[in-house]
Design a protein around this ligand. Structure first.
Ligand SMILES: [Zn+2]
Length: 489
């Protein structure tokens, strides 16, 4: 995610950078790169399979859903319960709403409006399963299994539910222009070596952690809407009133879609990857597409090939800035102006980098947010270096040093819940975090730095990592990364 504080700070940055780009003439530089190393992929575990039928009712802004999950026990323990996040319930009461106090007006321009999930039943082969709704924000679903699930075994779980989408301009909700359908369905909680991860939809940072799964989703919407989504539309049936999309998304850790009657869709491609931008200001469509394409190209070169065949950048009613989902990112529609072009480029590049660090390689974003955010913020700086030259890189790093001067003694390795607010979180995890990666690169040199990131991406594709695994990889090259980055505490 890119948060609103950065939006303000980056306005200042944008003037500095725009000037440098003008003076430098926007020279495109290409660092000499070592060939991509190849590694044998690690053994893949079985993955969960989600099949959903979704009907969107425009008038009530509700989704009527039937969902089947083939859930696989990937742990070494026998399970008698399984857990799912039911994030829409975090929007059911004002006191749960995952926004800071001062953001509430922007999040709910028409006053608080509830969102929730209304679960009708949970079945296994037509037999009812017992369930409980738990969690700090009623956003966890505990399902009791009728029979124990041994390691490696699968269970088929059917759920019927309705989702009420709130009138909110955060990640989940609808505004004047778009309907943002994100973190909307029951998604299996991760059961890792710490056991079940049952955290709620927290206010600061991105509170998500999930396993890679396969998704087959049928979505019925009024014909007047256009849709950007995770995955590929494999079939489309339409009449005058409605359109039914069949969407397939394989090996993704979430599924999101955004609807609008106003989208100007612009398409391009890069090495077989379709790049689609969904724009609300058609004057900026070409720019957005160019930035999306450059981001995919630059990060594919730096870290390893973008592994999906579609990427969508969607202008949204999303006051916070930018938000990443697999194969799709949402970008605050107000950034699509000539005046904010640098900012738009920064946010699109940042969210695109998350396709590598969050989407393909996952992590617990609450416990160890720096793992994806610091690396993503640093990747954003790399984007500008690759596209506009070393001068811009140095200027961005210098500005980050100035911004974090007063935070030098603070810790970038805390969970999101331990930061005072999003400004404190952003300055530490993003900005100081990016500086920590700059320090690593300076210490180990470009060849080792980029080849290790490539190896990291290759080795842990579609998996979840933690800081220990990340550090271990650097250690295996004889680099004490812990020592370098600890200095950024
Ligand atoms: Zn981010």
């Amino acid at each position: 995610m890119v948060i609103n504080f950065n939006k303000k700070v980056r306005k200042i940055l944008s003037i500095v950078v725009a000037l440098t780009i003008l003076i430098g003439g926007g020279i495109y530089t290409q660092r000499s790169k070592k060939g991509v190393q190849t590694f044998s992929p690690s053994q893949e575990k079985g993955i969960n399979r989600y099949s959903m039928d979704v009907v969107f009712d425009d008038e009530s802004k509700r989704l009527m859903c039937n969902q089947n999950v083939e859930y696989i026990n990937n742990t070494e323990n026998t399970l008698d319960k399984v857990y799912f996040h039911i994030y829409p319930n975090a929007f059911s009461k004002k006191e749960y709403a995952p926004f800071e106090k001062e953001e509430m007006k922007q999040a709910y321009p028409n006053g608080f409006n509830e969102g929730y999930i209304d679960l009708k039943n949970v079945l296994n082969n037509d037999k009812k399963l017992e369930y409980k709704i738990e969690g700090d924000k009623n956003d966890l679903l505990e399902i009791k299994l009728a029979k124990q699930l041994k390691p490696g075994e699968k269970i088929s779980i059917d759920m019927k539910y309705n989702v009420k989408i709130p009138n909110s301009e955060g990640r989940f909700g609808y505004g004047k222009n778009t309907v943002n359908v994100t973190n909307w369905f029951p998604i299996a909680c991760v059961n890792d070596d710490r056991g079940w991860n049952l955290k709620s939809y927290e206010t600061v940072g991105d509170p998500f952690y999930s396993d890679t799964g396969d998704f087959y989703v049928k979505i019925l919407i009024p014909t007047k809407y256009k849709m950007g989504c995770t995955g590929n539309v494999v079939n489309e049936k339409r009449d005058r009133e409605k359109v039914l999309y069949e969407v397939e998304a394989k090996k993704v850790r979430d599924f999101a879609f955004v609807l609008s009657t106003k989208f100007d869709i612009n398409r391009d491609s890069y090495k077989g990857i379709s790049i689609n931008t969904y724009n609300l200001n058609d004057k900026m469509s070409e720019d957005a597409t160019g930035i999306a394409k450059d981001s995919i190209r630059i990060f594919s070169d730096l870290f390893g090939k973008y592994p999906y065949d579609t990427y969508s950048v969607v202008a949204s009613d999303f006051f916070i800035g930018g938000m990443e989902y697999p194969m799709l990112v949402m970008i605050d529609q107000s950034l699509y102006t000539q005046k904010d072009k640098f900012l738009l480029e920064y946010v699109i590049a940042h969210e695109t980098a998350h396709q590598w660090w969050y989407s393909v390689i996952g992590n617990d974003e609450i416990s160890e947010p720096w793992l994806d955010e610091a690396l993503t913020e640093y990747s954003t700086v790399l984007y500008f270096e690759e596209k506009y030259g070393k001068d811009i890189y140095e200027k961005l790093i210098k500005t980050m040093e100035i911004q974090t001067k007063h935070h030098l003694s603070e810790n970038i390795f805390k969970p999101t819940t331990k930061y005072k607010n999003s400004i404190d979180y952003s300055l530490n995890v993003y900005t100081k975090g990016a500086l920590a990666f700059d320090a690593v690169r300076k210490e180990v040199g470009d060849d080792v730095f980029f080849s290790t990131l490539k190896e990291y991406f290759n080795k842990y594709q579609y998996q979840n990592v933690n800081a220990a695994k990340f550090v271990e990889l650097w250690n295996s090259k004889g680099i004490d990364i812990d020592k370098i980055i600890r200095e950024y505490k």
